[in-house]
Ligand binder design. Structure first.
Ligand SMILES: NC(=O)C1=CN([C@@H]2O[C@H](COP(=O)(O)OP(=O)(O)OC[C@H]3O[C@@H](n4cnc5c(N)ncnc54)[C@H](OP(=O)(O)O)[C@@H]3O)[C@@H](O)[C@H]2O)C=CC1
Ligand SMILES: O=C(O)[C@@H]1CCC=N1
Length: 269
């Protein structure tokens, strides 16, 4: 099914767009059917993509099956009018830009353009992403299957009908990997402050996050039960959790963090 996404035009081959393209190429999207438009790519990146058979900056004769808009929200104002002319009537336009609404994207293209707003995350790079998609009413069943194939290739995908949820989605799963990486950083620093050598503290923190994530992925148990399984009565974990689960603990911090991210997503629109 990924072959049907070619020709694919990727606008912006940065961290997120580049990660998704890497995975799509690995899983069978034909490189010869991919064009990257990104005037800011450095020579090394251009050569790396060209070396894999992807065209960089080529002018397309035929309209692509899919356009993926993966530039910063702040760049959309210039990118949308510049790219709109490259779409045909059946081209599916996918935007992954935080905050930028379906209506604003669709307005840059002729009436009737199928447009999908997607919020992916960077674990897409290793096929463990979480993407949430929301489409306008011009996306037909075939188009939805094609988008499902693209998103399924990079991890799990969910569809929502209410675009109003996407700012909260962005705050939870779009930005969420950063919170997990920060947890690894903070756990390592806490280990250093407890007297561990720096390298050992890093290794323990990293593998604990990796192992915890893998157990969560493989187990049918909810996260709360997996947490309880670590917690011996009156033991060491209970002592730590009394701090983390206090009124001003992790829940309160994450609730504030997600609210801040959601508010920023709304502003970016
Ligand atoms: N990173 C993430 O975890 C996630 C990001 N997103 C969304 O993905 C989008 C891209 O984010 P990210 O990959 O992190 O950002 P990057 O800056 O890494 O990637 C954007 C790329 O687009 C390039 N670019 C800028 N202007 C243009 C233009 N006019 N035409 C074509 N390319 C252009 C940028 O160049 P330059 O750097 O020089 O500006 C850069 O290479 C954002 O809208 C973000 O909201 C969504 C989910 C997760
Ligand atoms: O930080 C951002 O704005 C983007 C959107 C979600 C993750 N990164």
């Amino acid at each position: 099914m990924l072959e049907s996404a070619a020709p694919l035009l990727l606008v912006g081959a940065g961290k997120m767009g580049g990660a998704m393209l890497e995975r799509w190429l690995e899983l069978g999207l034909p490189a010869a059917g991919v064009t990257i438009v990104d005037p800011y790519l450095d020579e090394g990146a251009k050569q790396a993509w060209s070396g894999r058979g992807v065209r960089v900056e080529a002018a397309e004769a035929a309209p692509p099956a899919v356009i993926v808009l993966a530039v910063k929200p702040q760049s959309m104002e210039t990118v949308l009018p510049a790219i709109a002319g490259r779409a045909g009537p059946a081209t599916i336009v996918i935007s992954i830009a935080a905050g930028v609404g379906l209506g604003r994207i669709a307005a840059a293209f002729p009436a009737g353009q199928p447009v999908v707003r997607v919020m992916p995350n960077t674990p897409a790079q290793v096929g463990k992403g979480m993407s949430v998609a929301c489409a306008n009413d011009r996306l037909d069943a075939g188009g939805r299957a094609l988008v499902d194939a693209l998103l399924g290739a990079v991890g799990e995908a969910a569809w929502i009908d209410d675009e109003g949820h996407i700012d909260a989605v962005t705050a939870v799963s779009g930005s969420g990997p950063a919170y997990v990486f920060l947890l690894a950083e903070c756990l390592a620093e806490a280990g250093r402050q407890a007297g561990l050598p720096a390298g050992l503290a890093d290794r323990l923190a990293r593998q604990t996050v990796v192992g915890g994530g893998a157990l969560l992925a493989e187990s049918a148990l909810p996260a709360s039960k997996l947490r309880e399984n670590v917690t011996s009565p009156n033991g060491t974990t209970a002592a730590a959790l009394a701090v983390l689960m206090a009124a001003d603990g992790l829940q309160s911090l994450l609730t504030k963090a997600v609210a801040a991210a959601r508010a920023r997503s709304l502003e970016l629109g």
